[in-house]
Design a protein around this ligand. Sequence first.
Ligand code: ADP
Length: 366
Amino acid sequence: MRYTERTRRNVASRKKKTGADPDSRPSEGRTVGSEEVLGDDRFDRLFRPQSLSEFVGQEKHRKNLKVYVQAAKRRDEPLDHIILCGPPGLGKTTLAYILAKEMGVSLSTTSGPAVEHKGVLSGVLTRLGRADILFIDEIHRLGAPVEEALYPAIEDFRIDIMTGDGAYSESISVDIKPFTLIGATTRMGLLTKPLHERFGVTIRLDFYPPKDLEKIVLRSAKLLGIECDKDGAAELAKRSRGTPRVANRLLRRVRDFAEIEGNGRIDTSIVKTTCERLEVDDGGLDEMDRRLLGIIIEHYDGGPVGVETLAAALAEPRDTIEDVYEPYLLQQGFLGRTPRGRVANKKAYEHLRIDPDEGVKQRSLF
Ligand code: ADP
């Protein structure tokens, strides 16, 4: 595979260009944050399943993808273009790597903001070999001119290149090798219709149920070489916000506590101790989640509150609120979304142990 170096450079440039540098965020160091932070990369590679059979959960999608791979291989064709959608940390990048491996082709990775202009796109596309996979993370963030230049590439495997200068410039059409585009997005709603329509396969990844996360934790513990019992894995899974990346990161912290303050093994007790120390409660919510819900309840009487107001109150970019915090809180029913803003649901009051009539009673959640 020839992706390694290029991938690393692109991830670094993505962080620079998207402002996804955790150092500049109040959410810095957030153990249960689902977005990739520096330091995750090494472990992401260690934990990354290598085949569809090793990929845990998402059964329906996994089975369908197996069929698409087999069919494409039998016909000796590239895979159809695929769009992967879902909150950060659910396995979109992992699936792109796996599909390249299963197809026996090379993978090139980049991201929407990194493809700054049509020239960059042409460079990426012309370097692809037959049936290779191009993975564009955050594809909804491609600029309009780049997105339009991508259309003929996806549809007819050709790109339009400008030659000459000024009045003498002309556009010529150049063939490229048939390839597969895998796009990933955390925000399907921001994908333009013409782009979405050009993907043959749409996969929406869901948050993982605790049973699947438990399997992921046991597998990752094995890769780290640390003993982990089933109950410990289940406790950790419960606090991982339905997200494999969070489960793996929490596991690394639990391992630290197990080795330094425990008996070197992961069990329920050390998971609970670690989570208490990290202020991750038994619903997997951390200080930022509780602040978000607390602001809505205590300052805005339960809402509705506009997302911009929440972003200002939490000193977080609006995108982070919408991409990272909200999806899990919405899916779990802590938060509701109305046309006038976000509202805290009954479950949020119960979780924070706040009586809607009497206000804050007691806040100890551990
Ligand atoms: P995304 O691209 O959606 O942000 P990644 O593919 O980078 O997420 O996954 C984050 C981490 O979680 C990686 O370490 C990956 O190996 C692990 N992971 C994700 N999905 C699964 C899965 N279904 N089974 C096992 N590990 C997974």
